[in-house]
Structures are given as structure tokens and as C-alpha cells.
Design a protein around this ligand. Sequence first.
Ligand code: HEM
Ligand code: HEM
Length: 462
Amino acid sequence: MKLFKLFSFRGKVEKSVGQKRQFIAQKISRRYCFSAVSLFALQSVVALLGAMDLVIPDLPSPIPFEYGRSIHLALADLWPLIGTMGMVYFFTTAELNREIYSPRLARWQYGIAMLFSLSIFGTLALRIGNGREFLEGLPIFYVGICLALALASYNLIRTLLTDKRNITPAAATMTVGIIFLLLLLLPNTITYSNPITDEATKFWVVHLWEEMAFELTSAGFIATFYIVSGLAPRAQVEKWLYLEAVLAVVGGLYGTGHHYYWIGFPSIWLVLGSLLGLVEVIPVGMLVHMTYKGLKSSKIRSKREKLTLWLLLSSVFYHITGASLLGLFISIPWINLYMHGTYITSGHAHLALFGTLGFAVLAGCYYVLSRGSEPTLKGYRGGVLAVILLNSGLITMSSALLVAGFMETYLWRILGMDFMEVSLLLNPYLIIRAMGGAMYTLGDLLLFWHIFKAWQATKSKK
Ligand code: HEM
Ligand code: HEM
């Protein structure tokens, strides 16, 4: 009982910024979003060094490539997670127009999430890990991340239950997304002697986190943003949200099948994995239609909302191309048989994970951190330039990876050439990838700077 009291909702918690209400949860969400954007900046620098290491093998580096890669992969999941936690608090309070159940619990959650995330990066840098791709940190640290997610789930459920009659679909969708993040990570905190169980649970994070849980949290954010910015009426947005939520769960759960091809699952998953991937395109198509209609009928005047929209539209673009269409192509069993685990996978991974999820989280984090300030024209142009650089870098990087992947598949898997010979032939494309990575890093640092300035400008107002 005492423990519950410690975290429970306390007294007067609101103050005003301009005309809009400012909740404590929204203030707390700033530290999540700022940490996420900072880790994102760190990731591109680490990744660029890794990409250079692939083409200049003797590049002096304090961390060997395999550990650098594992830090890169840990960052790829954890900064979007931390950003999402902040976004969910911010947009849930905006949707419900009331405080969350316990701001204090949200602060604890932040400390725990950061402590265990930094422990993962730190220990991997010291070459301590478990070799389980994507979840390479020590299992105990994932218990810590689960604890943070459990606190978030509890806090959000209590928030919704405080006023059951005023639960909005967007707030409920984001809460369900957070609960799924917890449930899918939980089985990964123990080790399995059966390799099939081990691989399957790993893909619940690699696939289901992204294609189901984060899909739900991002959908909630997109819905709230569209309503608040006047891009679409609430009724229309909510219709879209219901369909998106159902298809994310159904498509996500069965679509995981395309990851089960190689790990000993029955072959029915081959069919489910490729067919169910198809449904994931439907809500994205609807979102594009809604955006098009919204942009035609309403004129967004705020530069802050415009920049958020640029980031969001980038996410929508990669959702259709790099995630859905390319994903669909590589999940066709006869194609996957040859291209599995080549640079094509890496191309898809970058386009889908950063392109779709990364851009959406950046849009949300920028929106959260710039609340209460409008960028100057120069600042806005700088922000747009950063988005252009990120897009150009990502497209250059991923196109080079896709060409390298097709060559790798053809020369190595089809013609049966020697692996080392093929690797040498791929070098020019990996150089182009590193150049794309440099452009991307520039965009990343520029965007970070822009967001940092917005954060600074709004700090005193909070
Ligand atoms: C936002 C959505 C998506 C994200 C974030 C995402 C992310 C990823 C990542 C990170 C990998 C690499 C996994 C590894 O190295 O083991 C991967 C692989 C894969 N993805 Fe996606 N993906 C998305 C959507 C899709 C969709 C919609 C499909 C199919 C319809 C798909 C099909 C595949 C396949 C078949 C592989 C395995 C490739 C191989 O065998 O090497 N993905 N995805
Ligand atoms: C400067 C930008 C980046 C560069 C230069 C870069 C470079 C790399 C390199 C060298 C690898 C090792 C495997 C390979 O050679 O492809 C890799 C893998 C990966 N990166 Fe990045 N990366 C960048 C940004 C990102 C971002 C922002 C994300 C996601 C948030 C991401 C997600 C991944 C994933 C999921 C893999 C594993 C791919 C696979 O399964 O084959 N990367 N990246």
C-alpha cells in the first residue's frame, strides 16, 4: 500500500504555457525525448565508424567491429524505445487532457530505463555480451528495461482507469503498444537451451516490437498529431486508427512468420509470413490518402508543425517502400532462399527500422521538445535541410547496400563464387554506403543541433 502511495497521483499538477495546459507528465516526457535524440546522434557516429571499418580494415578503433555492431544494434532499438516512452506520456496527457496517474513513477521509470540502457552500451564497449544478435547485452539488463516498461504499463493503465468514460482510442492504443513492448521483451530475459525457442523469442523483439508494438504507439501519436494540427477531423482519424490497430496486431503476429523460415518452424509459416505481410500496406495507404486530403484542405501555418510533418512524411514514405514493398519482396520464399542474410537484409533493415520507426520517433520527439516555441525561418530551413540530408544519406546508403546485396546473392549463392572473391567485388558499394553514412551523420547532427536549440529555448518556460 505504501509503495502505491509513494507513486500515486499528487495534488495540483498543472500550470499554463500560453493558452494551453501544461502537465507534469509532459515536462517529464522532455527528458525521455532529449535522451533519445542524443543517443540517436551518438548512433550515427558509431555506425559511420563501423561502416568505414568495413572498407578500411586496419582502421584503429578501441572497440572491435563485432562489439561496435552490437552497440549499434542495441542503440537501434533503445533510442526509439526511450523516445517512445516520452511520446506516449506526452500525447496521452494531450489526448485525455489530464495528468497521468503518477508523474513520480514516470520519473523513476526514466531513471531505470536510462540506467539499464547505458549499462548495455557500456558493458558491450567493454566487450561483455552474450552474442545473441540484437539483444547482445547481459540478460539482467533486459530485466531492467522490462521493469521500466512494467512501470509505464501500470502508470498508463491507472491513468486510463482514473476516468473510464473519457478514454480515447489514441490513448488506449498507445497503452496497449507499451504493454506489448513489455510482454514481448519479457521472455528474452531468460535463456533457452532449445535454439528454436531462443530464436523465436528473439524475433518477438526484432519483428514484433517494430511491426506491432511500436506500430501501435506511433499510430496513437500520429492520430493525436493529425487531430491537434487540424490535418484531419477526429472521426476520420479514429476510423483509421481502429483499422490500423487491428491490422498491426493481426499482420504483426502472423507476419512474424517471415522470420521463422530458417529456424525450424513448420512450413505453413512460409505462407502466413508472406501473405500477412500484405495487409500491413493497407493502413499506410489510407494514411497517405488522409494526409493528401488534409494538406489540400487545410494549410498548416506553424513551422513547428510543418517540420514535424516533414519527418512524419519521411516515415510514411519508407513505410510503403523500404518496409512494406521491399519487405514483401524479400519474404517471397523462393527469393528469401537466395537473399537471406545478405546486404539486401541490411538495406531493408535500415530503410524499415530507421526509415519508418526512427523518423516517426524523431517527429514525436521534435514536437515534444519544441512545445512552446516556433522556429525562426532560418531555424526552420536548417531543420528542413537536416531532413533532406537524412533522407539523401539513407537512400544513398540503402541503395548501395541493395546493389551489393543483389551482387552478393547472384555471385555467391547462384554462381557459387568464392565468398572472399565476392566480398572484394562488393567493396566499391560499401564505400558508397560509407559516403551515404557520412551524409546521414551530417543530417543527424544538424537535426540534433536544431532540436537542442528548441529544447534550450523552451527549457525556461517549463
Ligand atoms: C516497420 C516495419 C519493419 C521493420 C522495422 C523491419 C525490420 C527488419 C529488420 C531489422 C530485419 C533484419 C533482421 C535480421 O537481421 O535478422 C528485417 C528482416 C526481414 N524483414 Fe523486415 N521490417 C519491417 C517490415 C517488414 C515487412 C512488412 C515485411 C514483409 C512483408 C518484412 C520482411 C522481412 C524479411 C523477410 C526479413 C528477413 C530477411 C532475411 O531473410 O535475411 N519486413 N526486417
Ligand atoms: C550513419 C548511419 C548508419 C550507418 C553508416 C550504419 C552502418 C551499419 C553497419 C556497418 C552495419 C553492420 C552490417 C552491415 O554492414 O550492414 C549496420 C547494421 C544495422 N544497422 Fe546501421 N547504420 C546507420 C544507421 C542506422 C540507424 C539509424 C539504424 C536504426 C535506428 C540502423 C539499424 C541497423 C540494423 C537493424 C542493422 C542490422 C542489419 C542486418 O540485420 O543485416 N542503422 N549498420
